[in-house]
Design a protein around this ligand. Structure first.
Ligand code: SAM
Length: 245
């Protein structure tokens, strides 16, 4: 049996209550953190509550046979930041379990995908999501801009996820904005409403920040970070954006 359990938007104890009962009954519990940098200071308390250790595992282990092998014999849970199936590749685990007749259950949770509603932008009006990866000497893709272009053409907002590997290695808000501005300049057609691009840091934490991209403070923001490039704004959305500095 495999449980995929979302731990929620930011803190490990954003975990749904229903998940606690499942975790108590599991033989083994794993936690992955490579798909987001959430706060796990609640880990020890959670281990005490469920009466077992929680193993933090890397991408290689999640993508190996290990979890599936264990789930074929025992009750296994994998804890995943946010919602387990939002912007992650974990459905492949479910598919593999289905192929092998291993039972699965998914416990959904709060996610950046719905929490961005806090900006006042309508979730009905978001188009495709895209992400900006960490650039290096040989890797500087620009294809994410095409998603934003397509969304803007249709009047849709774009949620832009910024890659984070750890507290030191992440795409900063300033870098992301500069990257987007460079690509837009290169294309030679101004399409982004820069006055209303929104920067979001650590949403759902006691230290969350939501700013317009022109705000000086954006240089000090910590991950996880996301941007919203607005599409066509309706009157309610224009009013809501007045609350953001
Ligand atoms: C690969 S996605 C995983 C999303 C997660 N499964 C969820 O449902 O929220 C991770 C990216 O989402 C964005 N993100 C996640 N949590 C966030 C938060 N609390 N505040 C701002 N951005 C966040 C960041 O861009 C981060 O790099």
């Amino acid at each position: 049996m495999l449980y995929l359990i979302g731990t929620g938007l930011y803190y490990l104890n954003d975990l749904p209550l229903r998940a606690l009962e499942k975790l108590k009954n599991c033989d083994e519990v794993f936690l992955e953190r490579y798909t987001n940098l959430n706060d796990i200071s609640f880990l020890e308390q959670l281990e005490n509550q469920i009466g077992k250790k929680i193993d933090i595992i890397e991408r290689e282990t999640v993508e190996s046979e290990l979890i599936i092998e264990k789930a074929s014999k025992n009750k296994v849970a994998l804890l995943i930041p946010g919602d387990p199936l939002a912007a992650t590749t974990h459905f492949s685990l479910i598919a593999e379990c289905k192929n092998r007749d291993i039972k699965t259950e998914i416990i959904h949770s709060s996610s950046i995908f719905s929490a961005v509603g806090e900006t006042g932008l309508s979730l009905y009006k978001f188009g495709g999501t895209t992400s900006i990866p960490i650039y290096d000497e040989h890797f500087h893709p620009e294809s994410f801009f095409e998603v934003i272009e397509e969304n803007i053409k249709c009047g849709y907002h774009s949620l832009v996820l910024l890659e984070v590997r750890n507290k030191e290695k992440f795409v900063s808000a300033l870098d992301a904005i500069q990257i987007l501005k460079n690509i837009e300049n290169k294309k030679g057609i101004p399409i982004v409403d820069w006055n209303n691009v929104i920067v979001i840091s650590k949403l759902g934490s006691s230290d969350q920040k939501i700013y317009k991209s022109g705000n000086e403070e954006i240089k000090n923001l910590n991950p996880p970070l996301s941007l919203i490039v607005p599409g066509k704004l309706n009157e309610n959305e224009k009013e809501a954006l007045k609350f953001i500095d």
